[in-house]
Design a protein around this ligand. Structure first.
Ligand code: DON
Length: 579
């Protein structure tokens, strides 16, 4: 073809193609199938700790179902992932049976009987932040052991002992410390945890010095406690000698948790919240987690837009996601708390009509103002929440699916190890609104639904979720990350359902977070997004790239072949999908 004609041809071709440029989502074009995750038709467990995932998988091999594997994984994480795996904290589990029946187990901590709405305020009426950061006033009544008991009683196939003993063995016989754990423990022992002798006794390196990757750690007291839970049952923890140890420790150090609090603790079976996003169904955690409600509210808002029109990371897409996040997190602050103590307008928050009105309030070209939208509940800013929780996902050969997120709240919780019992207590009380009536510039929310009351569960953001289509599981997911959790889960779900990503791509892709206040967005480093971010700034967004968001250990199921792919989150070097 002569040169002039060739130029003309290329010009014409580019004119034809330009209008389509924005229409194809990046990831569906670049479907990289070299790493789909760990493929299995017999079941897979994906958690933050390779050792714990292996325990879960070994339970599947023994004929256990997904719940047996989940319970065993949770106990193992309490040994191998001490920053967040726990028996001294709480969390949420969603279980979906192959017949479609789904339930959730709420084993969130409760405020002790002696707790009061102003217990963290000093004489000047200011919040004493140190009191919920660490120490004996920080913990809520732990829920994990009752929660796992409930899951096992309702669905487990193997004997209780069989699913707890692998964790006992890890604690008693010891295991190899990973790089992450060595770094975490060394930092903690040199800092807050070093202030508590029982914590140093449990986690200090015998003979002194620093932990290094490759060292072996033996957790003798934790092993004893877990053995009692395995052999004598959960009552050993709530009514027996372990309860005695907790109550003694509390009484000796100014803490509030009593034997009566422990004896009264109950896990709760709750009906999941459900939503639809196009032809996908979302099954997730109801209050006292805000996760499911906020997630479905965001998806409902976004369903009003043609997201596929632009790339996943086009400014138009990111703008709509931020605006959906802003509105759902405002409602979270306004309405959400423990449903046993406060009326949460769940039906309204989940309704498509309500989402339509919210979607209509979004200007496609301009950022909204968070303060303006939320001026009825007062003003500015948000509490910075810590990033230590852990999520795991399980599916078994029958298609039974478990998604579980549990936590000590901050990394290593209150940093307090119960003397003679070897386990860390949570610092979950910090998730309550600590100063009634004040939603302030510094970042505290003071709205009524989440104020402290005896026996009440503090509001959570944990979002274990299961996505199905045509009655079959498609995605089992969740993440740690404090308030970022809901947005991490939103990103993963949209990546799969809207943008056609593989599980690996969906979990790897850069995540974003906006939580109403502060009125700013963070997006993970690593993605080359400068032009998009520039455009968002022009639209009025405050946005910056920073750090890593979440640890979304997930499972994606190929709807045609029924193969499940376990996708660990590579942001955490210890995570693993085991089958
Ligand atoms: O329940 C909550 O939402 C928080 N306590 C979770 C804390 C958390 O995720 C920290 N972790 N990564």
């Amino acid at each position: 073809m002569p040169f002039k004609q060739r130029i003309l041809f290329l010009l014409l071709l580019s004119l034809i193609l330009v209008p389509f440029r924005d229409q194809a989502p990046v990831y569906s074009q670049q479907r990289d199938t070299s790493d789909l995750g760990v493929a299995s038709t017999t079941g897979v467990v994906v958690s933050a700790s390779d050792l714990a995932s292996d325990v879960g998988a070994s339970i599947l091999h023994k004929g256990g179902n997904a719940v047996d594997a989940a319970v065993a994984t949770a106990f193992a994480l309490a040994v191998t992932w001490p920053s967040a795996g726990n028996i001294g904290g709480g969390g949420f589990m969603v279980v979906r049976r192959p017949n479609g029946e789904a339930i959730t187990i709420d084993y969130r901590e409760t405020a002790p009987g002696k707790a009061t709405p102003t217990m963290y305020l000093n004489a000047q009426g200011h919040i004493e932040r140190g009191l919920t950061a660490a120490g004996y006033l920080a913990p809520g009544v732990p829920g994990t052991v009752r929660g796992l008991e409930m899951a096992h009683k309702k669905f487990g196939k193997l004997p209780w002992k069989d699913v707890v003993l692998p964790a006992v063995k890890l604690a008693e016989e010891g295991f190899i410390v990973s790089e992450t754990m060595a770094r975490g423990l060394n930092g903690q022992l040199a800092g807050e945890m070093g202030k508590f002798p029982a914590s140093v006794a449990a986690y200090g390196k015998p003979g002194g010095g620093k932990w290094a990757a490759g060292d072996k750690i033996v957790l003798t007291d934790l092993g004893k406690t877990l053995r009692a839970i395995a052999v004598d049952g959960p009552d050993a923890f709530y009514k027996g000698w372990i309860a005695d140890r907790i109550a003694e420790d509390m009484a000796a150090n100014g803490g509030l948790i009593s034997k009566a609090d422990l004896a009264a603790y109950q896990a709760k079976l709750r009906t999941p919240v459900k939503g639809r996003y196009h032809d996908y169904e979302i099954t997730a955690m109801p209050p006292p987690s805000s996760g499911g409600v906020a997630l479905i509210e965001m998806l409902n808002i976004l369903e009003n837009f043609d997201l596929k029109k632009h790339d996943r990371f086009a400014p138009e897409t990111l703008h709509l996601m931020i605006e959906a996040m802003r509105r759902a997190y405002l409602d979270r602050a306004r309405f959400l708390g423990d449903p046993d103590f406060t009326d949460v307008p769940i039906a309204k928050l989940l309704s498509k009509d309500y989402a339509k009105t919210l979607a209509a309030s979004i200007n496609p070209a301009k950022a909204s103002s968070s303060v303006e939208l939320g001026k009825d509940i007062v003003t500015i800013a948000q509490v910075r929440e810590s990033d230590e929780t852990t999520h795991f996902s399980v599916i078994d050969k029958t298609g039974m699916a478990v998604t579980n997120t549990y936590t000590l709240e901050g990394g290593y919780g209150s940093r307090v190890v119960v003397k003679g019992a070897g386990f860390l207590l949570n610092n979950e009380m910090g998730d309550f609104n600590k100063k009634p009536g004040e939603t302030n510039e510094r970042g505290d929310i003071g709205t009524a639904p989440n104020l402290i009351a005896p026996g009440k569960r503090m509001l959570s953001s944990m979002t274990p979720a299961i996505v199905t289509r045509n009655g079959k599981p498609v995605l089992i997911t969740g993440s740690p990350g404090g308030r970022t959790i809901i947005n991490t889960v939103l990103c993963i779900i949209l990546n799969v359902t809207e943008f056609g990503m593989t599980g690996r791509q969906a979990v790897d892709a850069a995540r974003m977070h906006h939580q109403w206040l502060p009125d700013s967005t963070t997006i993970e480093e690593g993605a080359a997004l400068e032009p998009a971010l520039l455009r968002l700034k022009e639209m009025g967004h405050t946005i910056r790239q920073q750090g890593r968001q979440g640890d979304g250990n997930s499972i994606i199921v190929d709807e045609k072949t029924k193969v499940a792919y376990g996708v660990n989150d590579k942001r955490n070097g210890s995570s693993k999908a085991s089958k």
